[in-house]
Design a protein around this ligand. Sequence first.
Ligand code: NAD
Length: 447
Amino acid sequence: MASEDKKPKAACFDGEAARSLVKELRETFDAGKTKSYEWRVSQLKSLLKLTKDHEDDIIDALRSDLSKPVLEAFVSEVKTSITTFPSSAEIVPEPLGIVLVISAWNYPFLLSLDPVIGAIAAGNAVVLKPSEIAPATSSLLAKLLGEYMDSSAVKVIEGAVPETSALLEQKWDKIFYTGNGKVGSIVLAAAAKHLTPVSLELGGKCPVIVDSNINLITTARRIIAGKWGMNNGQACISADHIITTKDFAPKLIDALKVELVKFYGNDPLASEDLSRIVSSNHFARVTKLLDDDKVSGKIVHGGQKDQSNLKIAPTILLDVPEDSLIMNEEIFGPLLPIVTVDNLEDSFNIINSGEKPLAAYLFTNNKKLKEAFVRNVSAGGLLINDVALHITNPYLPFGGVGESGIGSYHGRFSFDTFTHKKAVLYRSFTGDASARYPPYTLGKLRL
Ligand code: NAD
């Protein structure tokens, strides 16, 4: 028999098989099966049982693959090791080294200093690259950090794509990036070359589910504060769109209209309390969402804009089609589409069928709905009965999941983000088990 005949036949696992494998797992996961306590415990018990039932088979396989001595296999791969007794252990936090922080324009001061604080608190040296789209803040940060900080360890490099690209070619011990997902992939690819860990603080479409069992006025005011009151919608955790029932939508719209006039008057473009759009490029981007044929006739409030001062009024749209531009990219501006559903729980499926948002919000007094929301909706963070305020709690990690980011920070999580947890075990010269050393004998194993 030719030697190839003896080889096990290669399993037929091609792209199609890989696709169906992932599909099957996704279906299991989406059905919620793996989340239950009982399932996790039963599966871990099965793993333990598998190991116990097949101890001999495992040792045989290890011996066949690696000629691993039975006793070594037993203590290192099959049984929990007793070889470290007696000993003591500690976790020593260690700074990662030199850190690159790349920040975004929309909260240009906060998004620069917040990670820099974490990096310094953990003992790293840091280079900050602020956003060129907020040039006044960028140059102020460069000036002030230059004056106040130890310039041998804390530096600011100003610039745009060429400067950031030059920085990204270097080997860093951590890259902390805030901005959009497309550039996030560029950062991740650059980091991969040096196996550099990254935190990516990205964005997404943050939904606000509104039940009818609420305090309507407070809800309207909080949605306005979390949308137009945050940089006129140019915030990563601002309300992107609302999901509510068909019946309730008109009441909610009326309340929003009344409160909007109270906050910004009848001519919001003239209001001092409303931020402008950051640049003409972003003004054109937001305007394009409104000019999309698919949303014509859907504006129920606002819609005014003034190119000369880059202002766009708070604008509400009702029942825009699913395939409109506005429903397929992060709005990051003052437009608020309202999507209606027959049953509010349908909103969980709508959210979970899209990219994972950085934040998701629910307004309700219904305890069961709150519980179902927390259990079923995946997002970087959840907030019930308000918008955006979770970011201010230093005891909560802030960050995304899936497409909305990798890693988190704020409070002690910032320290952790920029720290390596070094595991240290201390042994004395006593308590040396002879079973640890060859020659390995069954007699030693029984001891
Ligand atoms: P931006 O244009 O300021 O870009 C962010 C940074 O990336 C800047 O420093 C910029 O110089 C750099 N950059 C841009 N293009 C690059 C390239 N080709 N190569 C390397 N570096 C490049 O900000 P933005 O991306 O418009 O910010 C808005 C996005 O950021 C939104 O999606 C928003 O949701 C998200 N965001 C997230 C958070 C968060 O904390 N998760 C906070 C703010 C904004």
